[in-house]
Design a protein around this ligand. Structure first.
Ligand code: LLP
Length: 390
């Protein structure tokens, strides 16, 4: 994964920075094409996972659309060259300005999450002389079997329209004349590795599809969201998620009517494994009971361990000494600023380079301004290839 010329290149860069391996990204996109796009599925990339322009351009070139959750993301998607017709806008709290931006660009679809949102969007669309295409985000009440902070499809979660409100919404819709209902939308959570919740989602989606079409609506879009997990323990062996299994499950269990298309919104599974956070060891410390490796990246660069207790694999790129047990910690004055506790790594010293793996999704995008830390530009694998050739 990190040949010596790559490590040498890293040594000369200002750390910490994100590194993206475009070969891994392209190989991932090839699998998505092979098992998803080739079946006629529409796949939108969730920009919330990664919004770097180079990444987005590569993803757009592969034929994916964009799934956005803010006006900022809509603008970024447009900047990356996504056609407005390939942009969907989701989110439980869209501001008037953001909805107006979507209307101005005639984006493909607004995924709407509440009765009030529908009324406001209808009003804004009327004011601008537009018809907004919408999908109803329905809360399927499916247990996603993942971290409680990233499960989204339960009745207790804030997302989507609950079944108890559905009839009221369907009765109201024909009166909202500036809205055109084109589909239904679900998203049950993220980092889901077990296929059972997706299987359950298929059953609920089929039932709700029949129910709504039975009321005389025509749904062309059946959007089952994202959520497919990646292997954080073995990013080399499982660099590419098993898309055959994922899309195959939906192919088998979603019943589409002839006029319907299946849509997905994938984030983590597209960009997660191609990104690493590269950091340098500043100091090593032997505490009373522990050894610490203090690195120059912190929770400000990658918050997932602090926020979700996420365990990202750590590779030491510049040492193959005997192993020692470390707590790998950052420079921020918070105890939660810890990447791993009690992890066995080759012995490190000041100046060693470390890669924190599987950081291509929800890594760089969740960077914070806390402590006003430097923002070093990300590095792409093809830059290294051309630098080595020179
Ligand atoms: N669609 C909707 C409506 C979503 O809310 C999300 C993610 C996605 C699609 C993409 O899901 P994915 O395929 O990436 O699982 N920051 C957390 C993850 C939050 C996910 C939020 N929604 C983390 O670092 O694990």
């Amino acid at each position: 994964m990190f040949p010596s010329e790559v490590t040498d290149y890293f040594r000369n860069q200002k750390t910490p920075f994100y590194f993206y391996d475009l070969d891994v990204l392209n190989a991932t996109l090839d699998q998505i094409k092979k098992h998803g796009l080739s079946k006629g599925y529409h796949i939108h990339f969730a920009l919330k996972a990664n919004n770097q322009l180079r990444m987005l351009e590569t993803i757009r070139d592969a034929g994916l659309g964009a799934d956005c959750v803010s006006g900022g993301e809509i603008n970024r998607a447009l900047e990356a060259g996504f056609a407005p017709d390939d942009i969907a806008f989701a989110g439980v709290g869209k501001s008037d300005e953001e909805m107006e931006l979507g209307l101005k660009h005639d984006i493909f679809c607004f995924n709407c999450e509440s009765l009030q949102e529908l009324k406001v969007l209808n009003e804004l669309a009327g004011q601008h002389g537009k018809t907004a295409r919408i999908a109803l985000r329905l809360n399927p009440n499916v247990e996603a079997d993942t971290h409680e902070y990233i499960t989204t499809g339960l009745n207790e979660n804030k997302f989507g329209i609950n079944e108890s409100e559905l009839d009221t919404v369907l009765e109201l819709l024909p009166k909202l004349e500036n809205l055109e209902l084109i589909g239904i939308h679900f998203h049950i959570g993220s980092q889901i590795e077990n296929m059972k919740p997706f299987r359950e989602l298929c059953d609920k989606a089929n039932r709700l599809n029949n129910y709504i079409e039975g009321k005389g609506f025509e749904l062309t879009v059946i959007n089952v969201g994202g959520g497919f997990g990646i292997n954080y323990d073995h990013p080399n062996e499982h660099a590419i998620p098993d898309f055959e299994r994922f899309f195959g499950l939906f192919e088998q269990h979603i019943t589409l009517k002839p006029h319907q298309n299946l849509h997905f919104e994938l984030g983590r599974s597209v960009t997660g494994q191609c990104g690493s956070l590269i950091t340098e060891v500043l100091f090593t410390k032997t505490g009373q009971v522990k050894n610490f490796a203090v690195v120059d990246a912190g929770m400000t660069e990658l918050i997932r361990p602090a926020l979700y207790k996420a365990a990202h694999r750590i590779d030491v790129l510049t040492s193959n000494k005997e192993k020692k047990t470390y707590d790998v910690v950052g420079p921020i004055c918070e105890s939660s600023d810890t990447f791993r506790k009690g992890v066995e790594l080759p012995e490190v010293q000041r100046g060693d380079i470390i890669a924190i793996r599987s950081a291509g999704a929800y890594g760089e995008v969740m960077r914070s301004a806390y402590n006003l830390r430097p923002e070093n530009p990300s590095v792409y694998s093809d830059e290294i290839v051309s630098a080595v050739k020179k």
